[in-house]
Design a protein around this ligand. Sequence first.
Ligand SMILES: Nc1nc2c(ncn2[C@@H]2O[C@H](COP(=O)(O)OP(=O)(O)OP(=O)(O)O)[C@@H](O)[C@H]2O)c(=O)[nH]1
Ligand SMILES: [Mg+2]
Length: 364
Amino acid sequence: MATLSGGITGLPNAGKSTIFNALTRGGASVADYPFCTVSPNTGVAVLPDPRLEKLANLIKPQVVTPATIEVVDVAGLIKGAHKGEGLGNEFLSRIRGVDVLIHLVRCFEGKIPHPEGSIDPIRDIETIKIELFLSDLNIIQRRLTRLNKLLKSPIKQSDKTIIEILHKVEKALNQGVYPEKVISSHEYQLIKQEGFLSLKPVIYVANISEEDIESPSTHIRRLREFAKKEGFELIEVCAQLEMELAEFPDDERQSFLKEMGIKERAVCKLAREIARKLNLITFFTITGGKEVRAWTIKEGSLAVEAAGKVHSDIKKGFIKAEVIDVEDLLEVGDFKKARAEGKVKLEGREYKVRDGDVIHFHFV
Ligand SMILES: Nc1nc2c(ncn2[C@@H]2O[C@H](COP(=O)(O)OP(=O)(O)OP(=O)(O)O)[C@@H](O)[C@H]2O)c(=O)[nH]1
Ligand SMILES: [Mg+2]
């Protein structure tokens, strides 16, 4: 099973590496000149889950292991990227490899150079959108040229269908419309393998300054309205602050957040949104009193696939799975007791895992 990942994209100096570091506490270089990120940085971000904490409080294991999601710091795209400007093609091909785009847009003011010379988040969103669309149009045109050659010989119905869908997508892109608005989910399935950037799910993230948390600037207010009009959710993050917070010891971080009146860190919200957009659900395992662990798996996965996630031996020797919803287990307070009360269900390989399942695998 390939690991699904979210790729952080946006203009140079939008704060991508900073947010990447805050998410992963990794060591991507942060600098105030464009293109300091040249090689792809891949890291894992913890997926915060209050259910795991509750479960750990109940079991009191030696180790608590949260689920993680993969995040890639893709690096900056600039105007003309589709023609190869500023390492454009290389970056675009990296974006093609991720499953969700985390589109970071700069809202913070300050001395850090902006590639366009001024702060204008809506313009920046459009710039990136146009680059992604133009890059897809290049691919479509190449694909159509190849497919149209086939038209001279007897052509398969399946190829004809693809040509029709590609024309639809091409038309939408030329009009600046996201192609998902014009194709059905069945049509999407047929062209999914093309890896179009314009069809990847997007999470819009505004990189705001610390002052904006209390009183949002005009840029942010305009951007919020734009998001509302366009129908997308906007996550506001102060990348700089989040990165500093990531460096704090846990207790200092907690008291700082309390002082600031912040209920939840924006990076936690972002991590959860990435998992949601990747269609990931969480299941839990308890290894004796030793470890309580959260795992993510694609929605719709079977018990045997969940077993494989934990260990290939468990998958190979899979006999059955004992399953209980985490909330039910927390209510009863003990796995054995829950089993005695008939609240633990016995499931086979084909059982479809649900978000929040605590699973005890039996295997040979
Ligand atoms: N004031 C302020 N500065 C920030 C913020 N986020 C990032 N920066 C600064 O902006 C500069 C660029 O940040 P990076 O994270 O390196 O930007 P990037 O998008 O990765 O840039 P490239 O890799 O060159 O495309 C650094 O000096 C950061 O410290 C923020 O929220 N507020
Ligand atoms: Mg960077």
